[in-house]
Design a protein around this ligand. Structure first.
Ligand SMILES: C[S@@+](CC[C@H](N)C(=O)[O-])C[C@H]1O[C@@H](n2cnc3c(N)ncnc32)[C@H](O)[C@@H]1O
Length: 255
C-alpha cells in the first residue's frame, strides 16, 4: 500500500509528465496497491504474486481491469519474474513482496528482495523510480528475528546493495495504518538529475521519532526476550518454569 504523500509525488512526477505510465509491483496481495496505482492514473499495472489463492481472487475481483488490459496479474516468484517484466518502459517499480512465511514449518520460504534489487540495479535507466515498502522493518529486521519478519536481508547486505545504485535515495516514514504509529517507511530511489526530490515536511523529526518508536515497540521486547533466555539458561528449564509459574500466580488478577 502506498502512502498518500507518495501518491501525490507520483502524480506530480510521473502521471502529469508521462504518456501511458506503467507501474510494476511485486506482491499483489489483495490488490490494494494495484488499485491505488490504477486510481492515481497509471495506464498499466503489472503485479506479480506467488500465492495461488490470491492470484485467483485477484482475477475475480479485478476482472474488469484485466479485461481492458490495464492490469496484468502475473503468477510466480517475483525474484524470477521481475527479470521478465522489468525493462526501460516501466516508470515506477513498487517492491512489496518481502517474503513468505510458512506457519507450519516456521520458516521463511521466499525472500525475493535481494535478487530483485540486484537485477534492478544492473538494469535501471533514465528516470525510473523504485519504491521499497516496509523499508523501516527491513532495515531493522533484527528486531523481528524471533518472530516471523519476512526479509532475510541483513542491514549490512541491504546497505551494500543499495550503495551500488548510483542514484538519490530518500527514506519517507509513514504511520502504520493498523497501529497508527510512525513505524514504517518507503525507501524511494530516484534519478536526481531528472526527478525532483520529494518534498518532505519535518523529515528529520519524523525519522528520529520513528526510530524511537520502533525501539520502544520492538527493541524493548527483544531485550526482554534475550534477558529471559539468559535467566532460563542460568536457572535450567525446570527451575525457570517453577519460578515463572510462581510469579504468574502471585500477579494473577481475577477478572
Ligand atoms: C504486503 S503483501 C502485498 C500488498 C500489496 N502490494 C498492496 O500494496 O496492497 C505481500 C505479498 O507478497 C506476496 N509474495 C511473497 N513472496 C513473494 C514472491 N517471492 N513473489 C511474489 N509474491 C510474493 C505475498 O503472497 C503477499 O501477497
Amino acid at each position: 500500500m502506498l502512502d498518500k504523500k507518495i501518491i501525490d509525488y507520483l502524480k506530480q512526477e510521473v502521471i502529469s509528465k508521462k504518456k501511458n505510465p506503467i507501474f510494476l509491483e511485486t506482491g499483489f496481495g489483495i490488490g490494494t496497491g494495484a488499485l491505488q496505482a490504477l486510481e492515481c492514473g497509471f495506464s498499466k499495472i503489472i503485479s506479480i504474486e506467488i500465492d495461488d489463492d490470491l492470484v485467483e481472487k485477484g482475477k475475480e475481483n479485478f476482472r474488469k481491469f484485466i479485461d481492458d488490459g490495464s492490469l496484468i496479474l502475473v503468477k510466480g516468484d517475483s525474484s524470477e519474474k521481475i527479470q521478465e517484466y522489468f525493462n526501460s518502459t516501466i516508470d515506477v517499480t513498487f517492491l512489496d513482496a518481502h517474503g513468505q512465511f510458512n506457519f507450519d514449518s516456521k520458516k521463511v520460504i521466499s525472500a525475493p528482495l535481494e535478487k530483485e534489487l540486484e537485477f534492478i540495479q544492473k538494469n535501471i535507466s533514465g528516470d525510473q523510480i523504485i519504491i521499497i515498502d516496509d523499508y523501516s522493518k527491513i532495515k531493522n529486521s533484527f528486531y523481528f528475528s524471533d518472530d516471523n519478519w519476512k526479509s532475510k536481508l541483513s542491514k549490512k547486505k541491504l546497505k551494500n546493495i543499495l550503495s551500488k545504485f548510483n542514484r538519490q535515495k530518500i527514506e519517507y516514514p509513514y504511520y502504520q495504518k493498523k497501529s497508527g504509529l510512525l513505524v514504517n517507511s518507503h525507501l524511494i530511489i530516484f534519478n536526481k538529475e531528472k526527478t525532483r526530490k520529494i518534498k518532505i515536511d519535518g523529515l528529520i523529526y519524523k525519522l528520529i521519532n520513528q526510530n524511537f518508536t520502533m525501539f520502544k515497540l520492538y527493541g524493548l521486547n527483544l531485550i526482554e526476550k534475550r534477558i529471559l533466555m539468559i535467566i532460563k539458561f542460568m536457572l535450567g528449564d525446570n527451575f525457570y518454569k517453577k519460578i515463572r509459574n510462581f510469579v504468574k500466580s502471585k500477579f494473577k488478577t481475577d477478572v
